[in-house]
Design a protein around this ligand. Sequence first.
Ligand SMILES: NC(=O)c1ccc[n+]([C@@H]2O[C@H](COP(=O)([O-])OP(=O)(O)OC[C@H]3O[C@@H](n4cnc5c(N)ncnc54)[C@H](OP(=O)(O)O)[C@@H]3O)[C@@H](O)[C@H]2O)c1
Length: 288
Amino acid sequence: MKSVSIIGAGVVGQAVGRILREKGYEIKGVVARSIAKAEVAAAFIGAGEPGIDPVGGASGADWILITTPDKAIKETCGRIARGNGFGKGSLAIHMSGALGSNVLDSARKAGARALSIHPIQSLASSEQAVKNLPGSYFSVEGDAEAIADGREIVEALGGLLVMIPGEKKALYHAGAAVASNYLVAALDFAVMIYEALGMRRDEAVKAIMPLVRGTVNNVERVGVPDALTGPIARGDVETVAGHIEALEKYLPDMLPLYKALGRHTVKVGLAKGSLKKEDAGRLIEILD
Ligand SMILES: NC(=O)c1ccc[n+]([C@@H]2O[C@H](COP(=O)([O-])OP(=O)(O)OC[C@H]3O[C@@H](n4cnc5c(N)ncnc54)[C@H](OP(=O)(O)O)[C@@H]3O)[C@@H](O)[C@H]2O)c1
């Protein structure tokens, strides 16, 4: 069984450490910036030597997980490399969605292999992450000779692996940002409309949630584009014209966003097959 060090034992590092420990992996160093935080992290993981020195923490481990915030990954990896913390055949891993494994090049130069392994999940706390990481998809990118280890880690975490090319990591991350962050922004837009009706923000959020849940469930059940419903999917041009008129009157600043999302929704409706070409043409005219 491989040994693991966690350098940057925050939300993700602690959760991954706990799951790997439960699966029988040996936890070596558990490193944070203060010893108090490292001790709390080691207690959560249930094993490991708390510390504040990334070099000492990494030394002797087969897998070195650098789970610091993104901006500290490259520098932390460089520090470990300079201090000879990467043993021969060891594997440096970070779990950022935005960065490629190239930020671990200093580990490669020191003779280690490197991977980025990113869970497509939003993790607010270590407790929640221990529950949510299993069943999540993990993207893996990096050294060909380390992919088997990547597969082993993802399997140990109960995840599903998807390989991505390193040079497309930013594109991959844009997909995750659209699915999560832009969804929140789109819901903020809906809430703004209900606020314009006089609803309180918290009421508006509550009011749209059953609809949001139903929609997300449909996406899970039948996929995209088939989950699309509503006036654009039906080719109901009059209703969309009514939305535009109402927004012009009450929320004119938001009209460009409504129209931009509408134009993409027309493409989804066409792909579903429920929207006729001639209705799509009329919709595009009013949405342009
Ligand atoms: N949270 C998510 O939803 C999520 C999802 C997917 C991937 N990720 C990725 O997982 C990684 C870790 O994120 P996280 O949410 O677990 O972060 P986090 O909770 O803020 O934990 C960061 C850890 O790194 C330590 N640290 C902070 N600055 C450091 C520095 N300059 N040098 C060394 N150590 C430092 C912190 O120590 P102290 O505790 O002592 O401050 C803490 O132990 C990131 O690459 C992130 O992109 C996060």
